[in-house]
Write a protein that binds this ligand. Structure first.
Ligand SMILES: [Zn+2]
Length: 138
């Protein structure tokens, strides 16, 4: 979903589905999340992006807003290492969590960057499952 140049009515549909009053902040939030790129983020990472866009949320409000987007099917929540990450790609797919970077990747993306890391070949057959591979710190 790409809302960076979305019309007012496109934004209104989402606001309505989420039972949200329209605020400038929420529009900035939606545009920051759905800018057309598939992405994974934690609540703190999104908070930084919002600050850069001059929009300020309390962490509690941000958490509630993200949870609403998850419950309405706009975001997928991935819990790993007692942390929550959010994914704009809501289909089932395999993730790799890199503890050292504290980042989550799609399996495909990770294996193309880290060709040196042995990952069981059979995982390629499990694309339709949702699973997180946790790469621990060395
Ligand atoms: Zn993903």
């Amino acid at each position: 979903m790409n809302l960076s140049n979305a019309s007012k009515s496109e934004i209104d549909v989402i606001l309505q589905k989420c039972d949200w009053r329209q605020t400038k902040q929420r529009v900035v939030l939606l545009k920051s999340i759905f800018d057309g790129k598939d992405k994974h983020f934690s609540i703190n990472q999104m908070n930084e992006i919002l600050k850069d866009n001059r929009s300020y949320f309390s962490l509690t409000t941000l958490y509630e807003n993200l949870n609403t987007l998850v419950s309405k099917g706009y975001l997928k929540q991935i819990t790993v290492d007692k942390q929550s990450f959010y994914d704009t790609n809501t289909t089932d797919h395999i993730h790799v969590f890199n503890q050292e970077e504290n980042r989550i990747y799609d399996y495909e993306e990770y294996t193309s960057i880290h060709k040196d890391l042995p990952i069981p070949a059979c995982l390629g057959l499990l694309q339709e499952y949702s699973l997180v591979i946790n790469i621990k710190k060395k």
